[in-house]
Write a protein that binds this ligand. Structure first.
Ligand code: SF4
Length: 316
């Protein structure tokens, strides 16, 4: 069933997407969820072949935001009624867990859910951050193909990554994961395995990003991922996983104007506004020439999709 969804011919797409929207609406009604992200450090100890922030990319200017800059963005998000604040960084030990715990506490005190995406850290950090108010954690598995994973993420293993997701769950976090679609050598069969893995992990949030090459990386000349296949993947997540929160990621909009609306049409129900200070955000180079989602754009997409802005708090 999953393979046939991913291989749906073009004339079958309207019906596939309508089915996915039907599943979404049955579980979430007409609600869409707005988040705000701040990317606070682009220093990374890892060397992933597809990412501009990889350790060996010496041409990238590195940055780390201070607490004041992060909290200013959080106050802006809270003032706009955004329910979830997303603290994201590359994998680094340059800040200590207590520093981040203080920020989490402040953001949580503003009445927002705190979502973390900071990579693997000490297990003891997880309790500290959860007790400070963080409730959700995203760790992308990128690909369920162990060999592709090992070739794209030198020194890391898929098994450990999956183990870390289970650890997050054990420590009381709602978890999110998903693949990067379009990595060289990735097969449709492995995308099916991505869906099975997400189901097996019983994720609360699932997502797909479309591969875009980043300058200064071994994949700088590789072709981009296929947006139409990625939209089928969004629909497959919605139909198969049903209740997960699924973001319309910025890679869709970067590759195709209207791409995030197309994600909503395929069953997505989350959009994330980028609140990283403009002087810094180019440095968070997951891929080159990023698309930055503004509040106006996010709200326009939700309205065009015929949905109503809500907060994840309302999910209970
Ligand atoms: S994908 Fe994440 S872990 Fe890998 S190099 Fe980029 S920021 Fe670091």
């Amino acid at each position: 069933m999953l393979e046939s969804i991913l291989e749906t011919p073009p004339d079958g797409l309207p019906a596939l997407f309508a089915r996915a929207r039907g599943v979404r609406n049955a579980h979430f009604g007409n609600r869409a969820y707005l988040r705000a992200v701040i990317e606070f450090s682009n220093n990374c100890r890892c060397n992933c072949h597809y990412c501009g922030m990889r350790r060996d990319n010496t041409s990238l200017e590195r940055f780390r935001l201070d607490a004041a800059a992060i909290l200013e963005a959080a106050r802006m998000a809270a003032g706009e009624g955004i329910g979830t604040f997303f603290l994201q960084s590359a994998e680094t030990e340059e800040y200590d867990a207590a520093w981040l715990a203080d920020i989490i506490r402040e953001v949580s005190g503003m009445g927002m859910n705190v979502l973390l995406c900071v990579g693997a850290r000490d297990e003891s950090d997880l309790d500290l951050w959860r007790d400070a108010g963080a409730s959700k954690f995203i760790l992308k598995h990128e690909t369920s193909d162990p060999r592709l994973f090992a070739s794209m993420k030198p020194g890391l293993s898929l098994e450990e990554r999956i183990g870390w997701l289970r650890t997050l769950k054990r420590h009381g976090y709602a978890i999110g994961s998903g693949p990067l679609l379009g990595l060289p050598g990735q097969s449709v069969a492995s995308l099916v395995d991505d869906l099975l893995l997400l189901s097996d992990l019983d994720v609360d949030m699932s997502s797909v990003s479309v591969f875009l090459p980043a300058a200064g990386t071994p994949l700088a000349q590789s072709p981009t991922g296929d947006v139409d296949l990625a939209l089928r993947f969004v629909a497959a997540m919605r139909i198969f996983l049903e209740r997960t929160l699924i973001p319309a990621t910025s890679t869709f909009e970067r590759l195709r104007p209207g791409g995030q609306l197309a994600c909503f049409e395929a069953g997505a129900n989350v959009i994330t506004v980028n609140m990283t200070p403009p002087a810094r955000r180019d440095g968070y180079e997951l891929y080159s020439k990023r698309y930055f989602v503004s509040l106006e754009h996010a709200r326009a997409v939700i309205a065009e999709a015929g949905l109503v802005e809500s907060t994840e708090e309302a999910l209970g």
